[in-house]
Design a protein around this ligand. Sequence first.
Ligand code: G3P
Length: 218
Amino acid sequence: MIFVNFKTYEKGTGAAALETVKILEEVSKSSGVKIIPVVQPSDVAEITQAVSLEVWVQKIDPVEYGAHTGSIIPEAVVEDGAMGTFLNHSEGKIDFETLAKAHDRAKEVDLKTLIFASDIVELENISSLTPNFVSYEPAELIGSSTTSVTQAKPEIVKKAAEISRNAGIPLIVGAGVHSREDVKKSLELGAVGVAVASDIMNATDPKKELLDLVEGFK
Ligand code: G3P
């Protein structure tokens, strides 16, 4: 499976995000590989209406109905059709107590969860929350177009796979993923899939990049 994180890239925002998600749907259908767009909360409703893919959001906040100006309440993204949420991404890290609360809120509204860890210690800590997925992403490699997580840190990915296997939680790896070889290596080392952003969002031809990545599952 491939999580495509739209972040706040231009191709991942508003009307452009709608075009991008249609490419994801086309490649997912033709390849049989599960591709999950992880979109901005403001785009969820339009995107879930436009495609049949499972759509996730990039975060929710640990709030309930009430006075929480600017927060993303989980109920709202569920109402718009989101099926899951990322939590604790390196670009929006939260402390463990806040994370645990956000995870509880996500579960209360039946959102699936993927929690990110930047290292092995954090991976062990977040696994105790039993999310649907854990992800190992070394922050310094995020956005790299030359060096992927599996090229730079194969031993840590292997260790991450062992920890997640023992916890019974599937592992996703990300950071700098940009080729079918990266995907293949991730699976060989014990991950069930990858999380990717810049390779697709910065591409002049996102479809071509995606078609290359899905080859890694063959
Ligand atoms: O969530 C996945 C993301 O952080 C990876 O980013 O640009 O290295 O593929 P990128």
